[in-house]
Design a protein around this ligand. Sequence first.
Ligand code: NDP
Length: 450
Amino acid sequence: MVEKILATLEQSNCATDTTFIQAVSEVLHSLEPIVSSDRRYNDYAILERLVTPDRIIQFKVQWVDDAHRVHINNGYRIQFNNSLGPYKGGLRFHPSVSIGVLKFLAFEQIFKNSLTGLPIGGAKGGSDFDPKGKSEYEIMRFCRAFMRELHPYIGARIDVPAGDIGVGAREIGYLFGEYKHITRNYDGVLSGKPYAFGGSLLRPQATGYGVVYFAREMIKEELSETFEGKICCVSGAGNVALHTIEKLQKLGAIVITCSDSEGTIYDPNGIDLKVVLSLKEGGHRISLEQYRVKIPTATYTSKSEYQEGAHAVWSYPCFGAFPCATQNELNERDAQNLINHGCIIVVEGANMPTESKAIELLQNKGILFAPGKASNAGGVAVSEFEMSQNASMEKWDYDKVDSKLDKLMCQTYKRISLTAKEYGCARNFVDGANIAAFKRVAEAMILEGV
Ligand code: NDP
């Protein structure tokens, strides 16, 4: 059954939609033990419906740069499944954005959102606009032009976009400003808003902190360990990576790497977060090569120097690896390097950063592998907390949000760990996450009818 659905999907999707097919294939193979256990899944064509987006919205975004030149970009919103609640998922502004990439991200989002136990469906959107090198006013004009096209399709009870790569609080602010201007509605239509008007405390930190709360719970339960004195490697130097590093350091870990799209920093004394922040904070995208100007004992390896298709960031001895940059950034060779260097856990901060073959290798060698759809769910969870606060016109204090986030991440770990045990694949958190998430969505789809 699974192979038949995958074959149909490959025929009906573009050959370039490889990440989408990769994500669906991983999920469907995980579900093999469960799909034949309940005939309603077949009767209601749950798998076939689950892999088909509810709708794909595509639009033209026209904007004018500081030199008065006109530019055109593609904008998208993929509303994949709203069985559990309003569509929810980030907006990504990056030149690599395409329908295929967004379909993969939106599909993953359904499962991630289900795992949180919260009432939110799955969606994703964005544009092939490249924010790098753009002025503040160009970013503002682009965001406002994007929202002019997107606004008819979203709403606080319909679809609530948030941030992702290239979209932080600043961009969400501009998007919200335009939405309000057009609709005159001051509601929780976007999450990740600045705290000054409707944002939640801890939203910027939520994904990274959540990754570490999840990992802390996993090593406590599985290894009776803590992060005190443990060497960790983190990739990325954006929102997720920086807050992952911050929380790991708070728990006593020594984080020795971070990276951006141009290269990797290795600092044996532990990454100095203040230096990285001075290069990357507030939308600045200064190369990490500059880190060495402040910390001459660190090593910088540029992308062109990476050896034989292996990423420098995964080439150091460590206890834990945290891929927090982008999809498919940890391949089979990287996984072998991590194994050779004694790595014990791999916890995904980004969405699908580990290639399928690398996951298989890590799991076969007994490495504890936490899939992003579970371990990075803290961001969307606090986005939902923001929706709750907006709907009730409340403001929760920092401790309340933090303790709810911590509890939710621990529960997510427990849910997938128990599910894995129940279905005879203990410690396989990929299968545990896919099965636990699927059961909740499938039940809602059945109860809502066709
Ligand atoms: P940011 O834009 O803040 O940071 C992304 C980081 O990854 C940057 O350091 C960037 O480097 C690097 N990067 C981007 N593309 C590539 C590439 N092709 N190769 C190597 N490095 C790259 O994004 P976020 O931190 O928000 O997101 C990171 C990941 O986490 C994504 O997969 C996202 O979908 C996922 N995620 C994010 C959530 C959030 O709350 N922000 C929630 C859940 C998941 P450079 O600046 O040089 O481009």
